[in-house]
Design a binder for this molecule. Sequence first.
Ligand SMILES: C[S@@+](CC[C@H](N)C(=O)[O-])C[C@H]1O[C@@H](n2cnc3c(N)ncnc32)[C@H](O)[C@@H]1O
Length: 240
Amino acid sequence: MALTKKVCRVWRLCTQDMGYRMKGTSSRQWIQRQHNDIYVKRARAENWRCRSAFKLLEIDDKYKILQPGQLVIDIGAAPGSWTQVACQRTNATGIDSSRPRGRVISIDLLPISKIPGADVLDCMDFTSQDCQEKIILLSEGKKPDVMLSDMAPNASGFKEFDGRLLVSLVSKVLQFSVTQLAVNGTVLVKLWQGSGCRELTTVMEELFTSVKLVKPKASRDDSREIYFLCQKFKGLETTE
Ligand SMILES: C[S@@+](CC[C@H](N)C(=O)[O-])C[C@H]1O[C@@H](n2cnc3c(N)ncnc32)[C@H](O)[C@@H]1O
């Protein structure tokens, strides 16, 4: 099978060396912060599974990436607030009969309790061949319009090491999108600022017409997380 240069490039990013740096956060500080957090309160009041919902809502309000009728793959979806947002905005439950009905496929290593409108592949590792084959099977021949990745590896406390792991996970998302995403499709991925980001941005710019760096208000100021919004997938150029 012919592999494109782009696929090889993304693959190489998965095999980079890793470095280390210590980090620590007390659980009491975390509980206090959750208690005071306006987005945590709003998430409870508005029935979102977690505060992350507001990050996707804000990005979608501004860039209109989710439309009724689309097929959306939500990777690293537990507990499920992005899936809730995607189901609502793509009309995945079919609640609005005047608009096309979308589909959302949600994947996570962890269990996800049922979300109306979503097909859930929980307790699965997105990077495994088995999981990716199941996504393709569930897509029933349709190419995804949007791929979301809010994946985060379990924090080891070594900032640089964790950052590299996340780069590796996002590389797998890009690899999958190279062969699966619909032309003109969108990928939204989370990264942590630091090493590896720049190289990955170069790959994104080769694959997509537009790549934007987004830091939604709901993303905490002291968090290194940033989102890359890649729009207008150029499609696969095959080589002999
Ligand atoms: C920040 S949470 C996602 C929150 C989610 N967007 C929401 O709104 O509810 C990150 C998730 O990534 C998942 N994750 C990390 N590595 C993964 C992998 N290889 N495959 C699937 N999920 C993964 C974790 O289990 C975790 O649930």
